[in-house]
Design a protein around this ligand. Sequence first.
Ligand code: NAP
Length: 304
Amino acid sequence: MNSIALKMHAPTPARKVAFLGLGVMGYPMAGHLAQAGHQVTVYNRTTSKSIAWCEEYTGAGAIKHAETPRAAAHQAELVFCCVGNDNDLAQVTLGADGAFAGMAPGSVFVDHTTASASVARELYGAAKNLGLHFVDAPVSGGQAGAQNGMLTVMCGGDQAAFDQAQPVAMAFSKAFTRLGESGAGQLAKMVNQICIAGLVQGLSEAIAFGQQAGLDMVQVLDVIGKGAAQSWQLDNRGKTMVADKFDFGFAVDWMRKDLGLVLDEAKRNGARLPVTALVDQFYADVQHMGGQRWDTSSLIKRLR
Ligand code: NAP
């Protein structure tokens, strides 16, 4: 179970929607759509999760689960999706059982997976050929953001498709913003991950230094968190890093996937990312330490 916090939903007309991928993120996101009064059909590769989701939200209205992405997408005005990577996304969209085969012309596919900008553009083109719309819409805010319905969503795609998705997606979002043409959402998410890589390494070095110097780092973080060193990472991860707790949050494996996308894109566009490339290798060290599923703040473990 991945329960959601109650959120006040602005009244929007009930829409027929589908949600593909009930993982750490997708499960509560789909839950917010149901609680906002939309008719939600879910699909998950492992069916037991779809069944558990339907049991949990049975009081929320017209909900059901389907056996394939195609069946879930049938008659949906909007199809939301949050799976792992480029390959997973291709598997749930394309082919005989893929969502595109079940979607009606004019309907919109909104992808919340963190994937490459190139797969977003390819699927945008494939959707367009079928008379469908595709919006790339990766998210920031983590599991807590998904559970609280407070995700920040970065979108790329046509304005008209974005306009259809935005009021519905506000069920699980704090901000849902179009940043440009197809691929722009994924590129913005890469910018986000570049920021986080440097921030977490800086915070790791600061905390390891302070502990080595014999300071009370909980107190120090309280003080410097009110000054120019403040960040979301410091506020939300600083004290758990001091306490050596990493069994929650955004997994190192996912971060390496994301930094791989960033470094590939930088090869294409010529951007120089020396610190990001180094931090990617530091995360490889954490994986070798057994930290594949640890939170990204476990970067500090290399320094202890
Ligand atoms: P997760 O818990 O591992 O869930 C992945 C979901 O995708 C599961 O429902 C899984 O189905 C499904 N899936 C994977 N491969 C599939 C395939 N080939 N065909 C059909 N379904 C497939 O991952 P998550 O943490 O929710 O993350 C999902 C995406 O959001 C990732 O791109 C991640 O980078 C991004 N993201 C995550 C966070 C976070 O804090 N977790 C934050 C921001 C962004 P099964 O249940 O059958 O395995």
